[in-house]
Design a binder for this molecule. Structure first.
Ligand code: HEM
Length: 422
């Protein structure tokens, strides 16, 4: 495996030479180049609750230490999830209400409506299906030939899972992947054939309207049928959700599509990458498959698939000796808190049998803690059980291509070869 195109020493020198007032960590290029680490390291040491006064999205606070992030995440009265959980404010003509960006009481009732899909009983029921689909994907992979793991495995597995949760027409399932990507991608990605911001926004809206129209057809079919266990039926029959308008339905769909898609996808890719970067850990896993669950949690910490969540202060409040003003944007940088050495020992190391592997911030905390966390862990566990049964090794061929986003932290492409089967 090549040692990568990013020179960490250069990134570190640059981060330490840049005046703190010029730090703008929402710059997606930092993440695309994997160059964000030293900036966060410096903030944790020198200014853990840091104010960025100027950016294209206006001023915002950076909360970078584990315990401060916990304090913000568990205090929803002072740190509201409205109007948005990314640094971007919704535009007036395109509001997408979704319960991740709502406060109680509305948040709580909507969350309760979809929670049964990921109850322990439902997960138990889903397990054989996830396994069957994982086996099929793995059995179809080429041997001794280079391919893109992201596309062939990570995207395919999570898309199939999502199609299952929605009971979505199977042949159209890649539409879910596309909608998920469009929902989070900025104009720079060119995903909609243009990099012009206005043109991108127009095409983005049109695509998301196509998405909701497709789902409205499914809603209309299911609302007239008796309630079933899929998410659309649950939303169509749920007391708290059956009267949602079109945009609220769209918002909650996007939440479930993005929530269940990019994050798990990037953890699957991240696990292959991390194990290749740390061959001693890969050897440990092969020797002892009972370590799969803790490897999964360690990967979720190490990868941190969502780099931050945003809150908005509802009143003036002190944090880390700073005064955050009512209305200020506050970014909880999970990606930094997960590398805080005051809470996690040797946080930059990938250690699959560390003590307390679930002690990380990647799923958030408090009333918005990830609904799908056990489902994500289950998918990862199953795929690795089946990988270890089949393949002695998966060899990463080059540094991955990373996603251009400071919110979704993940991989565009990961070239691998599987040399042989067991
Ligand atoms: C490794 C995979 C995953 C990661 C890292 C992840 C991460 C997160 C994070 C950070 C939050 C916000 C927590 C907060 O604000 O405190 C969240 C919320 C949420 N996640 Fe996940 N997630 C993952 C998988 C999933 C899956 C598979 C689903 C779908 C079934 C899902 C559905 C949701 C939903 C619906 C919310 C909103 C919860 C609320 O507002 O009450 N996530 N997730």
């Amino acid at each position: 495996m090549s040692d990568g195109s990013i020179d960490l020493n250069d990134a570190r020198a640059k981060a330490y030479a840049t005046p703190l007032e010029q730090f703008n960590l929402i710059d997606p290029v930092l993440f695309k180049n994997d160059a964000h680490w030293p900036y966060f390291e410096r903030l944790r040491k020198e200014d853990p609750v840091h104010y960025t006064a100027e950016s294209e999205e206006g001023p915002y606070w950076n909360v970078t230490k584990y315990n401060d992030i916990m304090a913000v995440d568990t205090n929803h009265e002072v740190f509201s999830s409205e109007p948005a959980i990314t640094v971007f404010d919704p535009t007036d003509d395109f509001q997408l209400p979704m319960f991740i960006a709502m406060d109680p009481p509305k948040h709580d009732v909507q969350r309760k409506t979809v929670s049964p899909i990921v109850s322990p009983a439902n997960l138990h029921m889903l397990e054989p299906l996830i396994r069957e689909r994982a086996c099929k994907i793995l059995d179809g992979l080429p041997i001794g030939e280079e391919f893109d793991w992201v596309d062939r495995v990570s995207i395919e597995l999570t898309t199939q899972m999502l199609a299952t949760l929605f009971d979505f027409p199977w042949e159209d399932r890649r539409k879910l992947t596309f909608w998920s990507d469009v929902a989070t991608a900025g104009p720079d990605t060119g995903i909609l054939g243009t990099t012009d911001p206005d043109e991108h926004e127009e095409r983005r809206k049109a695509t998301l309207f196509e998405c909701v129209d497709y789902f409205l057809r499914l809603w209309n079919e299911r609302v007239d049928q008796p309630p079933k266990g899929d998410l659309i039926s649950m939303l169509a029959h749920g007391e708290a959700t059956k009267n949602m308008d079109r945009m609220e339905y769209l918002g909650n769909l996007i939440l479930l599509i993005v929530g269940g898609n990019d994050t798990t996808r990037n953890t699957i890719s991240g696990s292959v990458y991390a194990l290749n970067k740390n061959p001693d850990q890969y050897a440990k896993l092969k020797a002892n498959p009972a370590l799969i669950p803790s490897m999964v949690s360690e990967t979720i910490r190490w990868q941190t698939p969502l780099a931050y969540m945003r809150r908005t202060a509802t009143r003036d409040v002190e944090l880390g000796g700073k005064t955050i003003k009512k209305g200020d944007k506050v970014l909880m940088w999970y990606v930094s808190g997960n590398r805080d050495d005051e809470v996690i020992e040797n946080p930059n190391d990938y250690i699959i049998d560390r003590e307390q592997p679930r002690r990380h911030l990647s799923f958030g905390f408090g009333i918005h803690r990830c609904v799908g966390n056990r489902l994500a862990e289950l998918q990862l566990k199953i795929i690795w059980e089946e990988i270890l049964k089949r393949f002695p090794t998966i060899e990463v061929q080059a540094e991955p291509e990373r996603v251009l986003s400071s919110f979704v932290k993940g991989y565009q492409e990961l070239r691998v070869i599987i040399p042989t089967r067991n």
